[in-house]
Design a protein around this ligand. Structure first.
Ligand code: NAP
Ligand code: ZN
Ligand code: ZN
Length: 354
């Protein structure tokens, strides 16, 4: 039996999000039913709601930083019980059979993962809908446990902003004494700073917003560089082994390349699209530097990150909002005016349902 759920949906690329009633699928044997308590607001939600990347299907209920409580379990589930606090990130399924899936890298599934929203369910071919809603039904293999020690609402952004920055830090083996830079202090950027610091790195922030300097220091940055100031950029020439670039749109990467040391990597996690202006290859050749990319993280890695957060008391810095404030929140996010992640209290949606 399907269940009726209230959410907030975009009806087109140019319309504000508004209440939307829809149905969640009937429970499958391996499924978990989750009452959603909080959902983070990722810049990707805005990109997708407004069809910035093309391929958006409407109506669309965004939201892939989901934290909630288990309220139902399928007969073949083994990992969760009713009452557990759990999370769901950007994926709800994958082929589970390709090389990437077998390595626990479901985000790089050769047949593409099923995304939490604006995706198509691989079994019944219905369109998936995300976390700006009361409930969600997900295969238990794509559900993670939220450590008891973490504040639930502040943990929600870990499901995307957290794992997207954790994964490259781990892949490129950041540890004690590593020199890491982060470009852009938003949802992803502030988590990148916290994680790099907690892993023992020396952390630099590249920002266009000097007003964020004090916050950046509190978050763990050792140094702040104004990316628009040539002299300041010059002062960190050859410094970094890793730069995590979280900027959501095309921007000139050329000033950043000389700040990488020998074999350094600039990892793009923000931009989906062509690099403009062109990259000059000289700093790549003379220094064997790379420009590369990274997408979210696998399910096991997401649990590893959450457990690390539980142990070290790491959560996101959030501004809690009501669902009715989502459209204003998108506008503020476009102006980089968020410290540092909006999180929707889904109770505000339930009050609308009555
Ligand atoms: P956000 O909270 O809006 O933060 C982005 C930050 O980038 C801003 O706070 C700003 O920092 C900087 N910035 C914005 N526009 C800029 C511009 N034109 N030039 C230079 N800097 C600019 O966004 P977010 O939620 O962190 O997401 C960042 C990007 O990552 C989005 O494009 C999102 O879709 C993408 N994303 C990718 C993945 C993945 O798997 N790879 C996962 C999640 C999100 P300053 O004020 O400090 O300059
Ligand atoms: Zn996201
Ligand atoms: Zn696969």
């Amino acid at each position: 039996m399907t269940i009726k759920v209230l959410g907030y949906a975009a009806q087109s690329a140019s319309q504000a999000l508004a209440p939307f009633q829809f149905e969640r699928r009937s429970l499958r044997n391996n499924d978990i039913v989750i009452e959603i308590l909080y959902c983070g607001v990722c810049h990707s939600d805005l990109h997708q709601a407004r069809n910035d990347w093309g391929g958006s299907a409407y109506p669309m209920v965004p939201g892939h930083e989901i934290v909630g409580k288990v309220i139902g379990i399928g007969p073949n589930t083994t990992r969760f019980k009713v009452g557990d606090h759990v999370g769901v990130g950007c994926m709800v399924d994958s082929c589970r059979d390709c090389q990437a899936c077998k390595k626990g890298l479901e985000q790089y599934c050769e047949k593409f993962p099923t995304y939490t929203y604006n995706g198509v369910d691989r079994h019944d071919h219905t369109v998936t809908q995300g976390g700006y809603s009361e409930k969600i039904i997900v295969s238990e293999d794509f559900v993670v446990k939220i450590p008891d020690s973490l504040d639930l609402k502040a943990a929600a952004p870990l499901l995307c902003a957290g794992i997207t920055t954790w994964s490259p830090l781990r892949h490129w083996k950041v540890g004690k004494g590593s020199k890491v830079a982060v470009t852009g202090l938003g949802g992803l950027g502030h988590m990148a700073i916290k994680f790099a610091k907690a892993l023992g790195a020396e952390v630099t922030l590249f920002t266009r917003s000097l007003g964020k300097s004090e916050d950046a220091k509190k978050l763990g940055a050792d140094r702040i560089i104004l990316s628009t100031d040539r002299k300041q950029m010059e002062s960190v020439r050859g410094e970094f082994e890793l730069i995590i670039d979280t900027v959501p749109s095309a921007h000139d990467l050329n000033p950043y390349l000389p700040t990488l040391g020998l074999d350094g990597n600039l990892v793009l996690v923000g931009l989906l699209g062509p690099i403009e202006p062109f990259l000059h290859t000289v700093p790549l050749l003379l220094g064997r530097r790379s420009v590369t990319g990274s997408a979210i993280g696998g399910i096991a890695e997401t649990q590893e990150m959450l457990d690390f957060c539980g142990k070290h008391g790491i959560v996101s810095d959030i501004e809690e909002i009501k669902i009715q404030e989502i459209n204003a929140a998108y506008e503020r996010m476009l102006k980089s005016d968020v410290k540092y992640r909006f999180v929707i209290d889904i109770a505000s949606l339930r009050s609308e349902a009555v």
